[in-house]
Write a protein that binds this ligand. Sequence first.
Ligand code: FMN
Length: 318
Amino acid sequence: MTDTIKEHALDAAEFRRALGAFVTGVTVVTTIQPDGSPRGFTANSFTSVSLDPPLILVCIAKTASSHAVFSTTDHFAVSVLAENQKAVSGVFASKMADKFAQVDWHTRATGAPLMKGAAASFDCKTHDVVDAGDHIILIGRVIDFTHTTSSPLGYCRGAYVNFSLSQEALAATGSHAKVGAILELDDGIVLLDTPNGLELPAGIRLEPSSDANSLRGVLASLGLDAHLDFLFAVFEEGTRHAPGVHVYYRGRVSSDGLAPRSARVRVVPLSGMPWDRIRDDAVRAMLQRYVRERSEDAFGIYVGDTASGKVQSLAPSH
Ligand SMILES: Cc1cc2nc3c(=O)[nH]c(=O)nc-3n(C[C@H](O)[C@H](O)[C@H](O)COP(=O)(O)O)c2cc1C
């Protein structure tokens, strides 16, 4: 630290939120422990380090139960999960007794388990282990790798991201499209109170905001200054005669951006969703998935911070 840079206490929850803005993939890091059994955990801290020699790294929390095993192992493997492998991520982020019985795996050069169907994999000899605060940095020298054309699973702001959805959404140009948004504000989701129960803001196309029937137009008329980050879901719903494609984005409304012009706007805490008031079955199932994935926030889990369970009560906006 120099004289000009002063350290001051950081707000841990805000620090985690800021880190969550960095979009990552999701990996499973594995090894074989001394008794011959496989060991593994989910990690999004994977980073490429060097091409020559070929080095990669992953950070492991000292609070992880497999920390001791990985800090002493002489080999390990990293499987970069494909977007249909959210369940695999969930298994390896858990404390389940036999994680490997839940998944298909195989071995290649080092004997460390590799997830079948992964987008890519790196089989490594341990190059170095560096102590770093409440984590260790495990650096691996890659001795074998694989890659496929599968879309990788993404992760951002505590929830999974599907990159390939963009292409599907572009194809959804039919006249019966519904384009909606799951918008977060602090620890809540923006819903509209309608005679048909609680609904997500939606239009029949995305833009422009001058079009009252577009999602951007609906958000503007509600007085919501929203940022749409990613596509979250694309599904077909409707009648046989009028099939419709539903496209849902995930995004955020900043506290400053909440100047609702409509008494219909509600901000409902993620942990207290009134599921019976969300009458659309497909939307309810989608939101339940969103809340479930959101609660697997990596930093919330592995730093073991109790704040991740904290519910910030947000009074209805009106
Ligand atoms: C998407 C995601 C990313 C994660 N990234 C990491 C990581 O980079 N390092 C880490 O130590 N834990 C990470 N975790 C948490 C561990 O997977 C979790 O604590 C796991 O229980 C550790 O397994 P173990 O207790 O068997 O060692 C992540 C969890 C999720 C869901």
